[in-house]
Write a protein that binds this ligand. Structure first.
Ligand code: MN
Length: 299
């Protein structure tokens, strides 16, 4: 099942040609957004599967305005360096196995057709196309063998990144830096998420291409590890890592991420609001603090 959000926050079931409006079907149970739907999935799934969808209003897919399927996840976890090809291109010794996972702000999410806003005129910002895992059931210290029972579904994701020395959680958390979509494909429709072709184009040029079977730490192990650090809640998202081919984004770029069985996520890039990083740094006024004698300044 492909579950999306469309036309001003309506929940929809997406098939090849239409978006079926689920508002009346799930709304009667008080479910009006995707987060609530994920929380209530165990009871809603049978209702959806047995429902007479033919009686529900539907919009041709081409006319529907798809939005971020999960506009405000509980939290977004992400794996750094989780494909050997990306490890080689970054020329780093460590992988996710040593680096662990990091957090991206949940306010960085945008949906299909929206625009990534480049923050700076003088910093490099890269695309990182990734498979996203959406958590469906509370998970704390789960074993890899049981981890997949806690997965609600999957989606295409871009982990947009400012290159540089700051903490990953800062460089990847700017507003608009986590496009997700075009919908969430439920786990039952993806028999083997560990063998999906993932591709990313910038302006029709193929930049990234990999199979998720190349993941260094696979999905069950990643979910299990994440759950050993912090409790995973329904609606949390885990970005599983990007393959080789990350590269700089420019004003006017059009990005397409396509993952087999999960659809195509398309977003644009704008530098319209970009400012000078040097100016931002200057306002931090760190030169003074740096020379302050130890113990001389109050915290
Ligand atoms: Mn990434």
């Amino acid at each position: 099942m492909n579950l999306g959000v469309f036309d001003g926050g309506k929940l929809g079931l997406v098939d090849d040609a239409h978006v079926v409006d689920l508002t009346t079907l799930v709304g009667s149970g008080g479910v009006t957004d995707m987060l609530a739907l994920v929380h209530r999935w165990d009871t809603l799934r049978p209702r959806l599967e047995s429902a007479d969808l033919a009686g529900l209003p539907r919009t041709p897919l081409a006319e529907a305005h798809l939005e971020a399927p999960l506009p405000r996840p509980g939290k977004i976890l992400a794996a750094p360096v989780n494909y050997p090809c990306h490890q080689r291109e970054m020329n780093v010794d460590l992988t996710v196995a040593e680096l662990g996972i990091f957090l991206k702000a949940n306010s960085s999410v945008i949906g299909p057709g929206e625009t990534i806003e480049l923050p700076y005129v003088d910093r490099r910002v890269d695309q990182e196309a990734e498979l996203a895992v959406v958590i469906g059931r509370l998970a704390r210290n789960v074993e890899p063998e049981a981890a997949m029972d806690h997965v609600f579904g999957y989606a295409c994701l871009l982990d947009v990144t400012v290159r540089g020395g700051e903490d990953r959680s800062i460089r990847k958390s700017y507003d608009t830096f986590t496009p997700i979509g075009p919908w969430i494909t439920t786990a039952d429709a993806v028999p083997d998420p560990g063998a999906l072709l993932l591709r990313c184009w910038i302006n029709d040029e193929l930049r990234q291409e990999v199979s998720t079977k190349d993941l260094i730490v696979g999905i069950p192990e990643l979910v299990a590890f994440a759950s050993s650090v912090m409790t995973l809640h329904p609606g949390d998202v885990i970005a599983t890592g990007t393959p080789a081919g990350v590269g700089p984004l420019s004003d006017g770029d059009h990005i397409v991420v396509e993952i087999e069985q999960l659809g195509r996520l398309e977003v644009d890039v704008s530098a319209a609001g970009a400012v000078s990083w040097l100016d931002v740094q200057a306002r931090l006024d760190v030169s003074d603090a740096a020379v302050r004698p130890a113990g001389g300044a109050s915290a």
